[in-house]
Structure formats: structure tokens, C-alpha cells
Write a protein that binds this ligand. Structure first.
Ligand code: ZN
Length: 207
């Protein structure tokens, strides 16, 4: 990889340039390139190994990542055919399993202690490992996922803000509203008003 390790965007050193050599590796399904990078397809939300025999995507829909965990942290799912996530180092596999666990528990807080118990690891070790792979702590990662899920509910349902806060496992509407504002820069009500088809349907006065 070193021989053509060109970085496309200096502000994103984690992204690799889709140069001719890498594109040809994808076109030719070259297994000797597996483990050197994975490619994600914007339109499908799936990422693959270079050797994957699935249909060739359009070149401008492709994004490259050095590691499966990086593609996963941007919301891409591993291809079921080539299982690019199976190429991960043991540490990355564990971090990915933690991330999947967090993503499947969006309606509650998941304390680090519980993650430690679930994955038979010391909370301290888990925290450090996760941070190394994902760049943020499990708590930070989980909070972001929960807020994104809440934002999705605000956009696509007519549930009140307090129902969304409750279902999202927040201690109170005030806690939820503060966290939401910290992330999106808007209160949940203002966010909904700026986005949703439900914007004019009802006034959510319970915030
Ligand atoms: Zn694939």
C-alpha cells in the first residue's frame, strides 16, 4: 500500500485516494489487496473488500477507507458476500462488536461497566481500545447514535418530544433537550419545525 499511499483530502487522512492502482484492484477483484483497504459505496451504504465479486459500482460513488472500522463508524454496513469486517484485527473486531452492541441499545444508557461485563473485559481497557479504533469514547459514540435516532423520529413521526425523550432512555425531557441542542444547535422543537412534514401539524409544548 505504501507505494501508492496518496491521500485524497488532507483534512481526512483516514480516507485513501481512489487512484488508478486501487480502482484496478477493485475492477479486477484482486485478493492480494484485501486487508490493505476497503471500499464503500455511497449509494448502497455497503462496504467491501477489493476482491468482492459483487457488481462493480460507479467509480464516483466509491469511497476508500484503510480499515473496516472506519467505514463502519461512518454508517456503512459490511457486505454479506465478502465479509470485509472479518479481516479486522482482534482489537478492531472487539471495538466493532461494542459499536454494534451500542447501536442495538438506543433506548437506554449503556454504562461502561456493563459493556465490560458483556465483553469480559476491564472497562478501562475497553474504553481505550474503542477510542483508538473509533476516535471517541463508547459513551460519546452511543450518545451521538441516540441523538441521530431521536432526530430521525422528530423528522419522520409525530411523536411528542417527551415521548421521544422517554423512548430514547433519557432521564428527563430537559436532559434530552440539552443534549440535543448541544449536538444539533437547535432545540428538538425547533429542529422539527425546520425539517419535518409534521412541522405545522402540532405544537409540541411539552419541552
Ligand atoms: Zn462485498
Amino acid at each position: 500500500m505504501r507505494s501508492f499511499d496518496l491521500t485524497a483530502d488532507p483534512s481526512r487522512p483516514d480516507l485513501l485516494a481512489l487512484d488508478e492502482a486501487r480502482w484496478h484492484a477493485i475492477v479486477e477483484c484482486r485478493s492480494d489487496q484485501d486487508g490493505r483497504f476497503v471500499y464503500a459505496v455511497r449509494t448502497t451504504g455497503i462496504y467491501c473488500r477489493p476482491s468482492c465479486r459483487s457488481r462493480l459500482p460507479l467509480r464516483w460513488h466509491v469511497r476508500l477507507f484503510r480499515r473496516a472500522a472506519e467505514a463502519a463508524s461512518e454508517g456503512y454496513r459490511p457486505c454479506k458476500r465478502c465479509r470485509p469486517d472479518a479481516l479486522q484485527q482482534p482489537d478492531e473486531q472487539l471495538a466493532t462488536r461494542v459499536a454494534e452492541c451500542l447501536a442495538s441499545h438506543l433506548g437506554e444508557a449503556v454504562p461502561l461497566r456493563r459493556l465490560g461485563e458483556t465483553f469480559h473485559s476491564s472497562p478501562y481497557h475497553l474504553q481505550r481500545l474503542f477510542k483508538r479504533v473509533y476516535g471517541v469514547s463508547p459513551a460519546h459514540y452511543h450518545k451521538r447514535l441516540r441523538l441521530l435516532a431521536a432526530a430521525e423520529r422528530l423528522r419522520s413521526t409525530s411523536d411528542t418530544v417527551s415521548v421521544i425523550a422517554l423512548r430514547g432512555g433519557w432521564r428527563s425531557v430537559a436532559h434530552f433537550a440539552a443534549a440535543f441542542r448541544g449536538h444539533f444547535g437547535l432545540t428538538p422543537t425547533a429542529y422539527r419545525a425546520s425539517q419535518a412534514p409534521f412541522a405545522n401539524q402540532e405544537a409540541c409544548s411539552d419541552e
